[in-house]
Ligand binder design. Structure first.
Ligand code: ZN
Length: 169
């Protein structure tokens, strides 16, 4: 048993809109960010496990699975809290529109938690890895970090899906 823990970190970028429901300042306005996500993964088989080539997993698979999901569901979408009725109403009348309803207020913290608990287990299944940590950078200076406390604790939250209405085609 090696004393060394191995993991990979892949950076992923996307753009999205949000607002913080109930925020006391300007974050309550509809606005957006160029987000960066750092996802850290390790082998399910043990924290020093590598494949025959010497990899935890190939970086390209993390990009394909995780960035694929982000592109489809969050990129150029508006992330909206399910209790935020007035923003949901606005998003439903806008055309074209792309939005993603969140079970929690879309703070960087809750986005990191959602990616770690809900999205990563779904998109990384079958690769033999689990996401240990997800950081969501809202600006170059500020990020929120979600860390898996228990390796086998699935979230009770079902994975959501994006709503896209686009009649231009
Ligand atoms: Zn913001």
């Amino acid at each position: 048993m090696s004393p060394t823990h191995l993991s990979l970190v892949r950076q992923l970028s996307f753009c999205a809109g949000h607002r913080l429901y109930g925020h006391e300042g300007r974050c309550a306005f509809l606005h957006g960010h160029n987000y960066r996500v750092d996802i850290e993964v390790e082998a399910e088989g043990g924290r020093s496990a590598v494949d025959d080539v010497g990899r935890v997993v190939d970086f390209s698979l993390i990009k394909k699975r995780m960035l694929g999901w982000l592109d489809e569901h969050w990129d150029h979408a508006f992330l909206v809290f399910e209790k935020d009725e007035s923003t949901l109403a606005a998003l439903r009348v806008a055309e074209p529109t792309k939005y993603f309803v969140m079970p929690w207020n879309p703070t960087a913290e809750n986005m990191a938690r959602y990616l770690l608990e809900v999205v990563a287990p779904h998109v990384l299944s079958g690769l033999g890895v689990l996401a240990r940590r997800v950081s969501v950078w809202e600006t170059d200076e500020s990020c929120a970090v979600a860390t898996l406390a228990s390796p086998q604790a699935p979230s009770p939250v079902p994975i959501g899906s994006v709503v896209v209405v686009d009649r231009r085609a």
